[in-house]
Design a binder for this molecule. Structure first.
Ligand SMILES: C[S@@+](CC[C@H](N)C(=O)[O-])C[C@H]1O[C@@H](n2cnc3c(N)ncnc32)[C@H](O)[C@@H]1O
Length: 155
């Protein structure tokens, strides 16, 4: 991945294409928040990954997790932490109508997009999105329609 330039997984070329800010973040180790990207990245990420989720998540990935499909079919509560614009959350909510889905992401613009999709798809009854950091994920006491009790965006 890092050393063999002929490997199909060779990745360093991506860093030549990266904007200087990203390259510097790797060098310094300071990192870069998702919210600091250009808006096109949020939309591009969803457009890039959603087709492979649509092709694999319900038909292949979930069935490969022992016992998970049966739980989702029977009715479970699911948290999609770091859900972005909700591409995976929406697919699951559609496929498992007896389950309730809660998508969380610290990036408020992505959650706005996810909520818009949920409304457009008529899924609000079983699907709710909220702004929360992974560490602030409430974990308990979630009830659809009552609003999610979440920590502040950067808390
Ligand atoms: C590569 S995107 C993937 C989004 C979505 N899961 C998908 O597959 O389309 C990563 C997401 O993780 C979110 N994220 C990163 N760190 C997070 C944290 N500490 N708490 C909550 N969300 C986080 C980002 O805001 C971003 O939306």
């Amino acid at each position: 991945m890092l050393a063999n330039e002929d490997s199909p997984a060779y990745i360093p070329g991506a860093f030549h294409a990266a904007v200087p800010r990203i390259a510097e973040s790797f060098r310094s180790g300071a990192g870069m928040g998702w919210h600091e990207h250009d808006d096109a990245v949020f939309h591009g990420c969803e457009k890039f990954f959603r087709p492979s989720y649509a092709a694999n998540l319900i038909s292949s990935w979930i069935p490969s997790l022992q016992g998970v499909q049966a739980k989702l079919e029977a009715g479970a509560k699911v948290a999609d932490v770091g859900c972005g614009k909700g591409a995976s959350t929406v697919l699951m909510a559609k496929a498992f109508p007896k389950s309730q889905f809660f998508g969380f992401d610290y990036h408020d613009k992505s959650i706005e997009g996810a909520r818009a999709t949920s409304t457009k798809e008529g899924l609000e009854v079983r699907l709710n999105f909220g702004v929360a950091k992974a560490k602030g994920f409430p974990g308990q006491g979630l009830r659809l329609g009552y609003g999610l009790r979440l920590s502040p965006r950067h808390g």
